[in-house]
Ligand binder design. Structure first.
Ligand SMILES: *Cc1c(COP(=O)(O)O)cnc(C)c1O
Length: 219
């Protein structure tokens, strides 16, 4: 077994069955993704539309592709025909564009609303207090070709696990308050460095990159 497939097997062994593992393959070559595929992995996460599109064209068609990155509206059209879940939706305008492009493909695209939970200024996401306004707006209720199925968040990039726990618990509370009302089923939080803590805080979808594929080299 390749080391990538071994990493996946090791991770999955400890995961409760209801938790989805998204293998975050950004920057990695198709040959690496194919090793994960050979190990049984079918859910892959990418953060750039072009990269996801070209990998999708090269790889087997039973893969579920998740867009996990910050998404520009003008890129939505390139992936609307196949994307399985969009994690990083943080505005009504973006939802409206996804809705429009999904309609062209006669699809309903599942989305997660990304909530800004980190203290850091750099992280994208909708402020938690704007969530109810969005969900209750008539413009949101009119959308036919997108379905919000849950929430996504990224904790601060810090080794202070007390801080990270606080941020995850905040997202968990929002999720708990709203998931029964809205019929949600996905709480996407946790990455290589913090997924055990995210699972303790109720996550049922973790996005793991470097712990599967090794460190990324951006140069
Ligand atoms: C890159 C990325 C991940 C994975 O990060 P690792 O630390 O490599 O596990 C998860 N979520 C998002 C949104 C990312 O951009």
């Amino acid at each position: 077994m390749s080391s990538i497939a071994e990493n996946i097997a090791r991770l999955k062994k400890d995961l409760p069955p209801e938790v989805t593992l998204v293998a975050v393959s950004k920057t990695k070559p198709v040959s690496d993704l194919m090793q994960a595929y050979a190990g049984g992995q079918r859910v892959f996460g990418e953060n750039k539309v072009q990269e996801m599109v070209s990998k999708q064209q090269e790889m087997p068609k039973d893969i579920q592709w998740h867009m996990i990155g910050h998404l520009q509206r003008n890129k939505v059209k390139y992936m609307a025909g196949f994307v399985d879940l969009v994690h990083g939706v943080d505005s009504l305008r973006l939802l409206q564009e996804i809705d429009k492009q999904a309609a062209k493909h006669q699809r309903v695209i599942d989305c997660l609303l990304q909530i800004r939970i980190a203290q850091e200024e750099t992280k994208f996401g909708l402020p938690g207090h704007e969530l109810d306004t969005l969900l209750e707006s008539s413009a949101f209720k009119e959308l036919q070709n997108v379905r919000v199925v849950g929430l996504m968040g990224m904790a601060s990039f810090t080794s202070n696990m007390t801080q990270v726990r606080k941020e995850f618990e905040h997202l968990q509370q929002l999720y708990k308050r709203l998931n029964t009302i809205h019929n949600w089923h996905v709480l996407s939080m946790g990455m290589s460095g913090d997924y055990p803590l995210a699972l303790e805080c109720g996550s049922n979808m973790i996005r793991v990159g470097s712990a599967i594929f090794g460190a990324r080299n951006y140069h």
